[in-house]
Ligand binder design. Structure first.
Ligand code: ATP
Ligand code: MG
Length: 361
C-alpha cells in the first residue's frame, strides 16, 4: 500500500472548539483528492496540519511512510497554495514564481524555462514584471498557483486555488490543472466548496461536515449513492423523502412514500429489519412523459405547479395527486417530447437504482 499521505485519527481543537475531529484518511501517491465541504467545516485546518503550519492536538500525520506530525513545514516535501495567496509584495510576478526554484538552486536557464511554462499555464504572459499590488485578485491567485506548481513537489495542497476566477477561466484552469497533475504524477489535495469542480476534477472526494469525513468515494459514488442527507443536499439537488418499507425480496424492496405512492428501490443500503427509510431522488432522474412508459418499474402521476428556466435545463415543481411535492429537472427543448408547463399533467418515471437510501444516525 503506497500511501503518500496518511492521517491517523487527526484531531485539532482551538480552545474548546473541535475544528477537526478524528479524521482517518489514506491518500495514494499520484492521487487527486478533494476536500469538499461548507465554510468552517475544517478544510483549511486539515491542510495546514498536512503542510506543518498547524500541529494536531492528537493523532498522527505520515508523509511517504514517515511520521512528520511534529516536523516543521520546511522539512516536508509539500507545497501549499494558500487561500489568501500569500505572495511576496516586493517581488514581481516572475520573481515570485521563481522563488522556490532559486531556493532549490535550480540552474538559471532551466529555472527560466520552467517559470515561462508556468506563466503560460496560468495565462499570465505579459504581466511578468508587475508586482502583486498591480494585479487583480484572480491574477494574484494564478501567480500563487504557478509559484507552487513550478517546484513540482511530491505533494501539492491547494486551498480553493480557483475561487477568485470567473467561470470561463476557472473551467479552463480546471482542465489544465488536472492534465498537469496527471502528467507530473503529483499528489493533489484540493480544497473547494464548489461541488461541480470537485466532481469533474477528483479521483476521490472527501465530503467534510463539522470536522469529520461524512463520505469518501469517487465522484459517481458521492453523487449517485450519497450516504447521508447532508451529502445528498450538499452535492447537487435532492428530493429527500420519508418512506415506509412495505416488503423486501433479495435486491429489491417496495417502499411507500407519504401520500401512498409505492416505489421499487434497490435494497442494498436498506438496514436489515428497517421499517422506514429516508430516500434521496435526484431531480434529473425523474423522467417526465405525457404518457405512461411501460419500460419503467416505477410510475406515478403528478401535475406541474410551476417552471423555472435555467438555461440548459428547466426546473419543474411537481405535485402528486396525494399532495407530495417534488422537484424535477429536464433538458429544455429536448427533441421527442414537448416542453412542459404549469398545469400540465405528467407521468413520473423512476428507475429503482436512481433512488438512494440514506443512512440515518
Ligand atoms: N486559529 C484559530 N483559532 C480558533 N478557531 C479557529 C482557528 N482557525 C480556525 N478556527 C475555526 O475552526 C473552524 C474550521 O476552520 P477552517 O479554516 O479549517 O474552515 P474551512 O473549512 O477552511 O472554511 P472556509 O471554507 O470558510 O475556508 C472554523 O470554525 C474556524 O473559525
Ligand atoms: Mg478555508
Amino acid at each position: 500500500m503506497d500511501a503518500m499521505i496518511e492521517l491517523r485519527s487527526v484531531t485539532k481543537r482551538f480552545d474548546d472548539f473541535l475544528a477537526v475531529n478524528e479524521i482517518d484518511l489514506s491518500i495514494r501517491a499520484g492521487e487527486f483528492i478533494t476536500l469538499l465541504g461548507p465554510s468552517g467545516c475544517g478544510k483549511t485546518t486539515l491542510l495546514r496540519m498536512i503542510s506543518g503550519f498547524e500541529t494536531p492536538t492528537s493523532g498522527a500525520v505520515l508523509l511517504d511512510g514517515k511520521d512528520v506530525t511534529r516536523s516543521p513545514p520546511y522539512r516536508r516535501d509539500v507545497n501549499q497554495v494558500f487561500q489568501s495567496y500569500a505572495l511576496f509584495p516586493h517581488m514581481t510576478v516572475r520573481e515570485n514564481i521563481n522563488f522556490g526554484l532559486r531556493m532549490k538552486k535550480v540552474p538559471r536557464a532551466e529555472a527560466a524555462e520552467r517559470v515561462r511554462a508556468a506563466v503560460a499555464m496560468v495565462s499570465l504572459e505579459g504581466l511578468e514584471d508587475r508586482k502583486p499590488a498591480q494585479l487583480s485578485g484572480g491574477q494574484r491567485q494564478r501567480v500563487a498557483l504557478a509559484r507552487a506548481i513550478v517546484c513540482r513537489p511530491k505533494v501539492l495542497l491547494l486551498d480553493e486555488p480557483l475561487s477568485a476566477l470567473d467561470a470561463k477561466l476557472r473551467h479552463a484552469m480546471q482542465v489544465e490543472l488536472k492534465a498537469l497533475q496527471k502528467k507530473l504524477g503529483i499528489t493533489f489535495v484540493f480544497v473547494t466548496h464548489d461541488q461541480e469542480e470537485a466532481l469533474t476534477m477528483s479521483d476521490r472526494i472527501a465530503v467534510i461536515h463539522e470536522g469529520r469525513i461524512e463520505q469518501l468515494g469517487d465522484a459517481t459514488q458521492i453523487y449517485h449513492r450519497p450516504r447521508t442527507t447532508f451529502v445528498a443536499n450538499f452535492i447537487g439537488q435532492a428530493n429527500i423523502l420519508r418512506a415506509a418499507v412495505v416488503s423486501r425480496s433479495g435486491e429489491r424492496a417496495q417502499v411507500r412514500l407519504d401520500g401512498g405512492i409505492e416505489l421499487l428501490v434497490n435494497a442494498e443500503h436498506l438496514a436489515p429489519g428497517a421499517e422506514s427509510a429516508l430516500v434521496s431522488i435526484r431531480p434529473e432522474k425523474i423522467s417526465l412523459r405525457k404518457e405512461r412508459q411501460s419500460a419503467f418499474e416505477n410510475c406515478f402521476e403528478a401535475h406541474v405547479e410551476d417552471e423555472l428556466f435555467r438555461g440548459a435545463t428547466d426546473q419543474l415543481r411537481l405535485r402528486t395527486d396525494s399532495g407530495l411535492a417534488l422537484t424535477a429537472i429536464v433538458a429544455n427543448e429536448s427533441s421527442g417530447h414537448a416542453a412542459l408547463h404549469a398545469g400540465d399533467r405528467v407521468f413520473c418515471h423512476l428507475h429503482p437504482d436512481d433512488i438512494a437510501i440514506l443512512h440515518e444516525d
